[in-house]
Write a protein that binds this ligand. Sequence first.
Ligand SMILES: O=C(O)c1ccccc1NCC(=O)[C@H](O)[C@H](O)COP(=O)(O)O
Length: 392
Amino acid sequence: MESLLANPSAKLSISNPSFTSRRAILTESLHFAPRYFSNSIRMTSGLSPLRCTNSPEDKEISSVASAMYEYQTDEFINAKEVREWESGKSINQIAANQGITIRRSCRPAPPAGGGMVPRNILEQIIWDKEVEVTQFKQRMPRKNVEHLIKDASPTRDFIRALKDSYLRTGVPALIAEVKKASPSRGILRENFDPVEIARTYEQNGAACLSILTDTKYFQGSFENLEKVRKAGIKCPLLCKEFIIDLWQIYYARAKGADAVLLIAGVLPDIDIKYMLKTCRELGLTALIEVYNERELDRVLKINGVQLIGINNRNLENFVVDISNTQKLLENRIQVIKDKDITVVGESGLFTPDDVKFVHDSGVKAVLVGESLIKQEDPGLAIRGLFGKDISK
Ligand SMILES: O=C(O)c1ccccc1NCC(=O)[C@H](O)[C@H](O)COP(=O)(O)O
């Protein structure tokens, strides 16, 4: 199992939820071996993990006891979501309790039609992603991806690049998006060479780049990400993907990403926490995207969050309103400062006034796609967006 809720279909086949879900977490997510569920663990479950031992039997007992201790205290195994699930709640009910309206479909639609109907475009994207990721994983299991990662170049520091750019220019650092198309706007650029566009963005002052990897809705690809990375672009790269499964994080790392996007409107807290842990292990930065106050407050409670994106686009109906950034930051600037979190204003930024508005609201970086990519010269477009040359 890939974190608690990331792969619901795997869990649906489990016959004894209470026991096997915990075992799945131990064996897959936490890399524990199933042996801890032998008879001996039941016999020794009361032991203190700190007990001193000398004899081989005692050592055996001690290691079982310490595994038991980890089992009893592990934040993921003992998360409230796991307990809710064990008490019979569906993963969609658990997510809904956290204000998440996007449901997971959990299984392919029946061939004859029927079944669940997606309520909006984001839900549709996520359901298609479930099918896509399952197919990807069949073609390339995670252990093969881990082999690729062994040969991958080290990651670059995404947040450092944003902070350096902000200090140098005094305006929000630019994450320029390499985006050919979108569900809300259709084709944004016919003549689309991801490497050439990435290079132009870099030469004109982008601090980082965002590479769309979703094919069906954005005409992006992991190949584009890999090409840009291999072309020697120095800007750190965000893999702009709808991540629902740990496999995608590993794959992003293998294909050259320095950062990945995690969408709070799709992922419950336990998945965000587990994915953050995985990102740390792989040297990746996580940009955690929120759209409303509830999502932001959830994310602010999660330890280790360093980068938050506030999307001005409602992904369920495409309405864009840049005052969303201001609304969300209004009463939270101090906590964000105290936690040294960098905030990115995302979507719908077209003019220097727009950039100033989100800067005044408290962001130190902006994520911009359409207004740059649609112009003949995306480099000139950067100067237009900031009202000055930010490359020096
Ligand atoms: O852009 C869309 O239409 C879209 C639809 C559904 C889900 C996500 C979508 N976009 C992702 C983004 O948030 C933007 O690509 C990114 O923030 C840049 O926005 P913009 O500058 O407005 O292109």
